[in-house]
Design a protein around this ligand. Structure first.
Ligand code: 6PG
Length: 255
């Protein structure tokens, strides 16, 4: 199977990266709503997307009012095993930075139930939600992903079976190093996306970026390498610090 082309864009700052990501989000939302009457997007967690969410929510920016939020359906790529109001909840971060500031119908927000005591049941419930929404196998119009310094993405961590999961759509891996369960979309879903967009910034990610993009292929050690859309695009939006380890940086600098 041919590897999808990687659209690599390097920005001088995190602010420029977030602005380019917001532009990409809006452009894809407009195109998806025009073509299919809806925009199904899986949000990434952690801290990097906060700036993107704030830009999308800011009425003084050109994004919020050009997006038909009534046709946007928000999902998550992963969630911590915590309630939705917990400081570590990816849903809570998105609610504070985005959901509370845009006119998206409550029914369009499809969060993972991190509060469910049994993480495996939370994963099964999310699979039911995906099946109901997509009337079958999920194909997201856009999946946002981050990258950990250990090259994990979503909650696909090195050495966990979820990295190789090609049947189940949602898994609930126990992550030894964090001593916690997580709920995560698996490569079975990520690889069906129309587009996957990695947003990565900061010097501490430079080694992982280099390993994933230029190192030997070993998804067990570098789970972000497991993401390989079969009929979709991969975009990497990096700031200069995160890209500083790359040998081969002449790709689309500056977006
Ligand atoms: C999470 C994630 C995870 C995140 C990376 C990067 O729930 O933490 O989804 O994959 O994207 O760990 O996190 P930062 O953006 O905080 O560096």
């Amino acid at each position: 199977m041919a590897e999808p082309l990687i659209d690599l864009r390097i920005f001088d700052s995190g602010a420029e990266l977030a602005s380019a990501a917001a532009e990409e989000f809006m452009r894809r939302a407009e195109a998806s709503v025009r073509a299919r009457g809806r925009f199904a997007v899986a949000l990434s967690g952690g801290s990097t997307p906060r700036r993107l969410f704030a830009l999308l929510a800011d009425p003084s920016q050109p994004f919020r009012d050009r997006i038909d939020w009534s046709a946007v359906h928000l999902f998550w790529g992963d969630e911590r095993h915590v309630p939705p109001d917990h400081p570590e909840s990816n849903y809570r971060m998105a609610r504070e930075a985005l959901l509370d500031a845009v006119p998206i119908p409550q029914g369009n927000v499809h969060r993972m139930r991190g509060e469910e005591p049994d993480a495996a049941r939370a994963a099964a419930l999310y699979e039911d939600e995906l099946r109901a929404f997509f009337s079958g196998a999920p194909r997201f119009d856009l999946v946002l992903l981050g990258l950990g310094a250990d090259a994990h993405t979503a909650s696909l961590f090195p050495g966990t079976a979820a990295v190789r999961e090609r049947e189940r759509w949602v898994a609930a891996p126990y992550v030894e190093k964090l001593d916690t369960f997580r709920i995560t979309l698996t490569p079975a879903v990520l690889d069906r996306a129309v587009a996957v967009m990695f947003l990565v910034q900061g010097e501490e990610k430079a080694g992982a970026v280099r390993t994933v993009l230029e190192g030997a292929r070993d998804a067990d050690r570098s789970p972000a390498q497991a993401v390989c859309p079969t009929d979709g695009e991969i975009l990497w939006l990096l700031d200069r610090a995160a890209a500083s380890g790359l040998e081969n940086r002449e790709k689309r600098a500056g977006g």
